[in-house]
Ligand binder design. Structure first.
Ligand code: MRU
Length: 367
């Protein structure tokens, strides 16, 4: 089952509104770059690989928004209609609009490198030389669709690679949501679980609730239920308890950015899990596509960590949960040092430490 996390349909970007889950399953359409940026910053769409696809589609949206007309569109998922575009704008004008959209999308969230990776790919595409505006748009559409398609194939392969690490009746603790909702449909950390289940293994999941926005309780548990995988939600503070009692076979988490040495930024609270896992001898795996590895950053110290509004911590569902006068911190991610990571699972295989050098070749980058 692929979750239709994101698609481009008749000139709009359609997403599952992840803010509303699990209470309501609703698809929303975005018709402007500003709407897309709002959806990204408010986490209607989230998760590193899904943000990469959203960014790529966002550049198609910029063209639609500027030159589309009522009842007429240039792009959909299956094909582009760039021919009808002929004569509406010159290539320089198109590139200027795309540059503007790229800057707006790049300013939404700083940590997930996939967003910048996808924007970089799209920019290389529209900055190349073309005979005509029509050719440029065709190439742009093809690149965005490729990014989407590759993401789906990547998570399938990654899942199959990671499934070999799981045994029948294992229980996996995961954090935040690194499932179909965080990608174009299959997932990374949860993709490993799904692939193991598809191969006949009985796996159960512990979903850490993931304060303050509860992606684990709301989204991971929802996905597991859709797939009929037994899931137990725990509050973040219970992780040491369940690991010390031998209830967890391994921890598998996703990643927002992995430095060249393997240090990994992921949802706040991941570092706690890695420390606890080390203490109790539980393997700690990171599952992420190679597009999440940032070879330009040597170690986790160079990763920008998004700081979100203190209100997300001080209020819950509109109700105050801390005195108004109290300060609150809200870093959205933390960095787990490579020394706490047992292996990193990518679409290329399972990479064991040390992560510098050897793994970069197999993961497709250069350290
Ligand atoms: O703030 P979010 O919900 O976008 O954070 C998401 C995570 O931390 C995920 O674990 C990560 O992006 C990997 S998703 C396959």
């Amino acid at each position: 089952m692929m979750i239709p996390t994101i698609a481009i349909k008749r000139g709009a970007i359609e997403i599952i509104d992840q803010r509303a889950l699990p209470g309501e399953y609703r698809i929303v359409a975005m018709r402007s770059v500003a709407e897309l940026c709002d959806a990204i910053t408010t986490l209607a769409i989230r998760g590193a690989p899904a943000l990469g696809v959203a960014a790529a589609f966002g550049l198609l949206l910029a063209v639609e928004e500027r030159w589309g007309a009522d009842g007429e569109y240039f792009f959909d998922e299956d094909g582009e209609r760039a021919a009808s575009f002929a004569g509406r704008a010159g290539m320089d004008e198109i590139r200027a609009v795309l540059d503007g959209a790229r800057d707006s999308i790049a300013a939404t969230r700083p940590t997930a490198v996939n967003l910048f990776w996808a924007l970089g790919r799209m920019a290389a595409c529209y900055q190349a030389r073309y005979e005509s505006a029509e050719d440029l748009l065709r190439a742009l559409h093809r690149e965005a669709v490729s990014i989407h398609r590759e993401d789906r194939a990547m998570s399938r392969r990654l899942g199959e690679n990671g499934a070999s690490l799981l045994k029948d009746r294992d229980s996996v603790l995961t954090h935040c949501n690194a499932g179909g909702l965080a990608t174009s449909g299959f997932g990374t950390a949860l993709g490993v679980v799904y692939a193991a289940v598809e191969s006949g293994k009985r796996i159960c999941v512990y979903a850490g609730e993931t304060r303050p926005l509860l992606q684990g309780a709301r989204l991971t548990a929802w996905e597991c239920i859709q797939r009929k995988i037994p899931v137990t939600v725990i509050t973040d503070g219970m992780a040491a308890h369940v690991m010390s009692n031998g209830l967890v076979s391994c921890v598998i988490v996703g990643a927002d950015r992995i430095a060249a040495n393997g240090d990994t930024a992921n949802k706040i609270g991941t570092l706690n899990l890695a420390i606890i896992a080390k203490r109790y001898g539980v393997p700690f795996y990171v599952a992420a596509p190679s597009s999440t590895i940032d070879f330009s950053i040597r170690s986790g110290a160079g990763i920008a960590i998004e700081e979100r509004s203190a209100d997300e911590v001080k209020r819950f569902a509109g109700m105050p949960v801390a005195p108004e006068q109290a300060q609150a911190m809200n870093p959205a991610f933390d960095v787990t040092p490579a020394e706490l990571i047992s292996a990193i699972i990518t679409e290329h295989g399972v990479h064991y430490p040390p992560f510098n050098g050897v793994w970069s070749a197999s993961a497709g980058g250069s350290a």
